[in-house]
Design a protein around this ligand. Structure first.
Ligand SMILES: Cc1ncc(COP(=O)(O)O)c(C=O)c1O
Length: 356
């Protein structure tokens, strides 16, 4: 082995900035991370308390992940053998990249796309072909189709983070059908969207759909993600690729209980969608922002020439949104998570005050 390789590798990796976690503000209205504050804190805490009787954390979680995939199977109405779980969908993304991608595989994706995914590609030196969003924050199918022959893997978050854009179902189905390499569709926000394409996993042998309980189910702190694919890929993932104990016992038991409440979660997601419309309409009515349609639990808007000023002024009032800055020709992009009705009203009032 040549000397100095390790130091070189350290230097090369040190140049990467890695995924930028959101700043922590205490007692702030947290509308920067697409979490779900429309769910009462008590609702989630109750679930965790109820798990206590089943818990024996002295033991490794042996067959418990299978009980979780059983619950997920009931929730998504697909066989348990088509599901694999992970420590957040972040971890599943990481495992897919380390096992199926390398310096020689090109990934076709959008610009922007989910930040963690991008950073992981950089970490592993996986080249990407990026299709930029249009000025009105939509994607053009033709641009993707024109590049499919050049790519080995397709990654799309549907809806997209941070724009909230989702292709029409027909278009996404067409793209998936025409792509011969590995297709990864990240449905982290699907419960807030118009449709899912998970049923396509029954027929296709190159499709992995990613899901999470971090958003709709409000369990971001527990780190529970899952994938759906044909049985062969799901079994390979679970038996060979995934760690033996990817989830801790508390997360598994709480997730199983949460999935039993999926009807309540559905109602909360309906409320979030209604609130999303209210935020979009109210911001538009102020006449100074470009506000983009969204199919997720957040809204992207551009404050021309004043994005950073608004971001800072909101922080002074204890409201944190995500500052995205320049995106294409838009110079002051901000992304606000749809929270509880009360949180959203506070955000809208604060914005209105800033415009006075
Ligand atoms: C598109 C997308 N995929 C995946 C994730 C990560 O989800 P998890 O909390 O399950 O790791 C996020 C989180 O923001 C996301 O926006």
């Amino acid at each position: 082995m040549k000397s100095g390789w390790f130091q070189k590798k350290i230097e090369q990796l040190s140049k990467l900035k890695g995924y930028q976690k959101p700043d922590k503000y205490s007692n702030a209205l947290k509308l920067d991370s697409n979490e779900n504050y429309a769910i009462d804190r008590e609702f989630s805490l109750d679930l965790i308390k109820q798990t206590e009787e089943n818990l024996d954390v002295r033991e490794y979680p042996l067959s418990d992940t299978e009980r979780l995939t059983e619950s997920l199977s009931r929730y998504i109405k697909l066989p348990q053998e088509m599901i694999g779980v992970g420590n957040g969908s972040d971890q599943i993304i990481d495992l897919i990249l380390t096992n199926f991608a390398c310096k020689d595989t090109k990934i076709l994706t959008s610009e922007p796309t989910f930040g963690f995914f991008e950073e992981r590609c950089k970490l592993y030196s996986i080249p990407t072909i990026k299709i930029p969003f249009t000025n009105n924050m939509t994607l053009e199918l033709e641009k993707f189709l024109s590049k499919i022959k050049k790519a080995d893997i397709l990654y799309l978050d549907s809806p997209n983070n941070p724009t909230g854009f989702q292709f029409s179902k027909n278009k996404l189905e067409q793209l998936i059908k025409e792509f011969n390499g590995l297709v990864i569709i990240d449905e982290a926000y699907v419960e807030f969207a118009d449709y899912s394409i998970i049923d396509m996993t029954k027929k296709r042998d190159n499709l992995i759909v990613l899901r999470t309980l971090s958003k709709s189910f409000g369990l971001a702190g527990l780190r529970v993600g899952y994938l759906i694919s044909n049985k062969k890929i799901a079994s390979l993932f679970t038996k060979t690729i995934q760690y033996p104990y990817p989830l801790n016992t508390v997360a598994i038991e709480t997730a199983i209980l949460a999935l039993q409440k999926s009807k309540q979660i559905y109602e909360i997601c309906k409320l979030i969608k209604k609130e999303r419309s209210r935020i979009i309409e109210t911001l538009r009515s102020m006449g100074v922002f470009e506000v983009f349609d969204s199919k997720a639990n957040f809204v992207l808007f551009n404050a021309p020439g004043s994005g950073l000023r608004i971001y800072k002024a909101l922080i002074e009032q204890g409201i944190v949104v995500k500052n995205l800055g320049k995106m294409g020709r838009h110079d002051g992009c901000l992304r606000v998570t749809v929270g509880s009705e009360e949180m959203n009203s506070k955000f809208l009032l604060a914005i209105r005050d800033l415009l006075r």
